[in-house]
Design a protein around this ligand. Sequence first.
Ligand code: CO
Length: 159
Amino acid sequence: MAKLLEIQTGEKNPILRKKSVKIKKIDSALKKFAKDMKMTMIEKDGLGLAAPQVASNIRMIIVTLNSKSNHERVTIMINPVILEYGEEIVVAEEGCLSLPGQWMEVERFKNITAEYMSLEGETHVLKLDNLNARVIQHEIDHLDGILFIDRVNEKTRRV
Ligand code: CO
């Protein structure tokens, strides 16, 4: 049975500010943890969740792609990296389960190419745009200790 994990919160929380380490081995403990993360993300109504948000500084994220469409799918990504960024920048409001109640406009690349490993150990390369690209940029930032508020323009930041 999957269990609900506790979400780490706070702009200065050291777990959220640490750089997470690369995953070297996919074992049953990791698979169990991925299931727990998935359940936690769905339960908390998040679009994505990164391992440090549930107190584990390893490079794993879970994202909902094609949200609210017929092609919606929840994808677990191990050691995700962005291989390529498009030229175009888009602005949209973001929130984060680790920063409850804060919503701000953040600039992100509109198009990215991302590479990751699945829980089955297969390498996948995906071209993503708009919200899909945004979610992945937000979640990968978590693996590097970056929160979305760090990317908010000083002028538009309202805290
Ligand atoms: Co977040």
